[in-house]
Design a protein around this ligand. Structure first.
Ligand code: 5GP
Ligand code: ZN
Length: 113
């Protein structure tokens, strides 16, 4: 059994509110949302963080990002949304299975950068 919480969600061992799933990609609502729309999109393949991405991940990351775009459209983010990928200690990553945060909702996001 994996000790990675997102691998365990992908394997169905831990429940999650899933938005979409196929052979390679999973999307589910964040357990602690910080915006009216807040979900995560992951490759099912265990990649610890963005820092470990290599050429072998090009296809699955394309699938992850096109899933982000489609699910954002389908979940009320037609006027825009924010994507965040936290990476490593300095990037304040907490779960070491690469994931894209998708944040949206009506005019709730603060300006940043
Ligand atoms: P990060 O690693 O980018 O800092 O954030 C990890 C995110 O995963 C957090 O927003 C946290 O709320 C979410 N999270 C952590 N554990 C679980 C879980 O068991 N289920 C779900 N749905 N989300 C989780
Ligand atoms: Zn994992």
């Amino acid at each position: 059994m994996s000790d990675c919480i997102f691998c365990r969600i992908a394997a169905g061992e831990i429940p999650a509110k899933k938005l979409y799933e196929d052979e390679h990609v999973l999307a589910f609502h964040d357990i602690n949302p910080v915006a009216p729309v807040h979900f995560l999109v992951i490759p099912k393949l265990h990649v610890p963080s963005m820092a470990e991405l290599g050429p072998e991940h090009v296809e699955v990351m394309g699938q992850v990002m096109t899933t982000v775009a489609r699910l954002a459209r389908e979940n009320g983010c037609g006027e825009g949304f924010r994507t965040i990928i936290n990476t490593g200690r300095v990037g304040r990553q907490e779960v070491y299975h690469l994931h894209v945060h998708v944040l949206g909702g009506p005019d709730v996001l603060p300006a940043m950068l």
